[in-house]
Ligand binder design. Structure first.
Ligand code: NAD
Ligand code: ZN
Length: 359
């Protein structure tokens, strides 16, 4: 088992990464000194079927354990489930010393975390990630649900007490979801670590390479970068915004497609391609866009936006983005690999760039 520590100003917590950790979650809770009166495991249908048997028996020996199961996709980050979880907790007499655990990917992590952050003004919360993408979502304390008008629009900053990452769970992760998670791994390399990008280029030339021998290292390196940024800027007043590289267009695609239709990482991959192209156009960064395009294509990412996405509708989604300021659209661009910068574009400029990139 490898352990990383996130040392943010409002919280500090361990991230355990290793094989078979779900089976020892009960012991890890004890090591953390947590003695919850009750535990609610929030999970989705697929993950519940695969992994609740690994987690539940040992927890049930010591604690009063309940499970709340949601649909296995982005639509689960809804007001309805948020309300449902809080109602369930109230009906089952959860109190302030109760604990919520998110067993699954970024969807249940964001949903359960937001519920935990507001139930009785906040109860303990543990992340048990089971997707590659969740190396990003489980660390850093951003939790949220979606609004029909925009992704992650209702949320808070709320750190878990611990992240327990059982990498064996990734063996059942479908290729589409591995690819989606890999987009965030690439993002971390692009904004912070040229050496890591080279390592990824050399070792991952196609979808089949996003597999077990490399996953643990990817997760470790990705979390290391994310934690380093969060530690310096927990509430996103500065450099944390760089983590949104690829997300301005990415979130617009996800909302426009309808939640759950496009994997988060695929939308972010399109967004990263656009932002890289834009960096060359606006900052003359000289990034090798062609190489990135070919690599993304081989990996199976959508390298061109499907025609049904109307440019004007995407642009209006981009203006509701949380990073938008004064009516402008705020993009994260790259001066070079590892050197992100923020750049504001007017709506008209954004439209004209997006139109040109799409051609
Ligand atoms: P997800 O949670 O929907 O999981 C993807 C799919 O994989 C689901 O169908 C799920 O049932 C299935 N699955 C999960 N684990 C599995 C396993 N081990 N074996 C087989 N199937 C498994 O999606 P995700 O990609 O993990 O997360 C995406 C979400 O994360 C988005 O909502 C995004 O906004 C959010 N996110 C949040 C942050 C943050 O900082 N909070 C950062 C990045 C992304
Ligand atoms: Zn993301």
């Amino acid at each position: 088992m490898k352990t990383l520590h996130v040392q943010a100003s409002s919280a500090s917590y361990p991230v355990y990464i290793g094989e078979g950790l779900l089976n020892s979650a009960g012991n890890l809770l004890k090591e953390l000194g947590l003695k919850p009166s009750k535990i609610l495991i929030v999970t989705d249908k697929i993950v519940e079927r695969l992994y609740s048997k690994e987690l539940l028996p040992q927890l049930q020996k010591e604690y009063d354990v309940f499970t709340y199961i949601v649909d296995s996709n982005e639509t689960a980050k809804s007001f309805e489930n948020y309300h449902g979880i809080l109602t369930y907790c109230l009906q089952h007499n959860f109190d302030r010393s109760s604990c919520m655990m998110a067993l699954g990917g970024g969807v249940v992590g964001d949903l359960a975390g937001f519920a935990a952050s507001t139930y009785m003004r906040g109860i303990s919360f543990i992340q048990l990630p089971t997707t590659l993408l969740a190396h990003d979502s489980a660390v850093g304390g951003k939790v949220a649900i979606n609004h029909p008008l925009g992704k992650n629009m209702i949320g808070s900053f709320y750190h878990p007490k611990a992240v327990i990452y059982d990498v064996l769970t990734l063996e059942t992760l479908p290729p589409k979801e591995r690819r989606s998670g890999f987009a965030e791994v690439i993002k971390h390399a692009l904004i912070k670590d040229g050496e890591m990008l080279k390592w990824l280029h050399q070792n991952v030339s196609g979808p089949a390479d996003i597999g077990p021998p490399l996953l643990e290292d990817m997760i470790f390196k990705g979390i290391h970068i994310k934690a380093g940024i969060v530690e310096k800027d927990e509430k996103e007043t500065g450099i944390r915004a760089y983590l949104n590289f690829g997300h301005t267009l990415g979130h617009a695609i996800e909302s426009e497609a309808g939640y759950g239709k496009v994997p988060h990482g695929d939308a972010v991959a399109s967004g990263m391609l656009f932002a890289t192209w834009l960096s060359n156009e606006i900052l003359q960064s000289g990034l090798d866009y062609g190489k990135m395009y070919q690599w993304f294509k081989k990996l199976g990412f959508p390298v061109a936006l499907e025609e049904h996405y109307h440019t004007d509708l995407l642009i209006s989604r981009m203006t509701i983005d949380k990073k938008a300021s004064g009516g402008n659209i705020r993009m994260v661009l790259l001066q070079d690999i590892g050197q992100p910068v923020l750049h504001d574009l007017t709506v008209d400029e954004s439209r004209s760039f997006l139109q040109r990139w799409r051609k």
